[in-house]
Design a protein around this ligand. Structure first.
Ligand SMILES: [Zn+2]
Length: 438
């Protein structure tokens, strides 16, 4: 694989912004624009600024290549007025990225990545992969992939928010406080009025979803962490006719790991049981599922509005947040309930999306692909049933046969979560086929 796909763009001077990254060729969504190793990493710390400045200074002075030292000094320095005596600290703080996974608690600096400017609805997606394997060996890399079609001359933007969404005024405040700049992206440039109100309303809804399901903020009673699968209490009664609820205390990771390995993807758990234990969303699977659908539809609609060939940025929310953040919750839920049919569809959608945003070689895309092929092998499969009930017996309907609308209705209206329910009745009694592998 080419590790320097940078012939597609170049760093140019951008009016009023210093430098930025501009497309030099037509670029399709899913194109890898960058794969970069950190110039350095260092533990994140609350040490005094003077001390941090010295640490970064010694890291830079010890670089073997003088060109790298020059490139560091040429980076933006947003805090130079605030901290005139600490130039290394100012550049580091402006440009460093918080890392995750094995490097959790560290930050890294990336010379080329630092040239991408921010937009709240960006045209490219960046991510840190702590376990990437390439021709050069194993180690952490940061990637950037295009998520929209770009034309030569378009500036390529990433978002500094990492899937966080905020309405206009909150974003303005956040960017000023944390990044010391006033954003003039297409979204932030929307004039006050009905259109901006509509955009803000959708962002508020997505922000509420994000806070509830990813940060665990909820008004429901807390789930008690459990180390045993033998203690399970019924969840709050779900709305509607469903009789399937998720055990209020999920088994621990250890219990999940003890499950039998059937050889295909059993190590590739897509659901982090430990972290689910700390969330509260499992009390009402139906309500959770409805909220996943609403969030996913908001994002998908915005992306469809932009369209593949549109190019540029039109001021809508496409790109603000990735649709996988809703599909991941839907996948976790269907896996826990033992709904193999729906889980395979959500896993396949995640695989396809991760292929665009992270690359087909990313651990997330590979894991989701395994899960799409064999959801029953996931360690979390069926764990939410609390020892009662069987697997949900539905089949994936053939989307070509029933049409997209009926397919979505089947996907998001899990009438067969009622134990013994009839499941999806495809017109003409057609037997479903594995949409997940399409
Ligand atoms: Zn903006």
């Amino acid at each position: 694989m080419a590790t320097t796909p940078e012939t597609l763009w170049e760093v140019r001077r951008i009016p009023n912004k210093g430098y930025g990254v501009v497309a030099t060729a037509p670029i399709d969504p899913g194109t890898r624009l960058l794969m970069e190793k950190p110039l350095y990493t260092r533990p994140m710390t609350d040490d005094p600024i003077k001390q941090q400045n010295s640490i970064v200074e010694s890291l830079i002075q010890n670089l073997p290549d003088p060109a790298q030292r020059d490139a560091f000094h040429a980076l933006a320095s947003s805090f130079s007025v605030l901290y005139p005596d600490y130039p290394y600290y100012s550049i580091a703080t402006t440009n460093e990225v918080a890392l995750s996974g094995e490097q959790d608690g560290s930050s890294g600096l990336f010379l080329r990545w630092s040239r991408f400017n921010h937009a709240c609805a960006p045209s490219a997606y960046w991510a840190w992969h702590d376990d990437h394997t390439s021709a050069e060996g194993k180690g952490g890399v940061l990637t950037v992939h295009a998520i929209r079609h770009l034309n030569p001359g378009d500036e390529i933007h990433i978002s500094y928010f990492e899937n966080r969404v905020m309405p206009h005024d909150d974003r303005e405040r956040y960017l000023a406080e944390v990044y010391c700049f006033a954003c003039d992206c297409a979204l932030c440039s929307l004039a006050p009025g009905p259109w901006r109100d509509d955009v803000d309303e959708r962002l508020r809804q997505l922000e509420a979803f994000w806070r509830k399901y990813h940060l665990g903020e909820s008004d429901g009673p807390p789930l008690s962490p459990s180390s045993s699968s033998s203690t399970s209490s019924p969840a709050t009664a779900a709305t509607g006719a469903t009789t399937t609820t998720i055990a209020a205390s999920l088994p621990s990771d250890e219990t999940a790991e003890g499950r039998e390995d059937n050889g295909d993807g059993a190590d590739a758990a897509v659901v982090d049981v430990k972290s689910l234990n700390q969330r509260r969303f499992l009390h009402d699977p139906i309500v959770c599922f409805v909220e996943c659908r609403e969030a996913a539809e908001l994002i998908v609609e915005a992306e469809e509005d932009v369209g593949d060939g549109a190019g540029g940025e039109d001021g809508d929310i496409a790109g603000c947040i990735d649709v996988t953040f809703a599909y991941e919750i839907a996948l976790a839920l269907t896996l826990l309930l033992g709904d193999a049919a729906r889980a395979s569809v959500f896993a396949a959608r995640n695989r396809d999306r991760y292929t665009v945003t992270l690359g087909a070689d990313s651990a997330s895309a590979v894991r989701a692909g395994l899960c799409a092929r064999n959801p029953c092998a996931d360690r979390s499969f069926g764990l939410g049933l609390g020892g009662g009930g069987g697997r949900i017996p539905s089949k994936v309907p053939d989307v070509g046969e029933v049409g997209e609308e009926a397919f979505e209705e089947w996907l998001w209206s899990p009438k067969d979560w009622q134990l013994g329910g009839a499941g999806f009745a495809a017109p003409g009694g057609g037997r479903g086929q594995g949409h997940g592998d399409m």
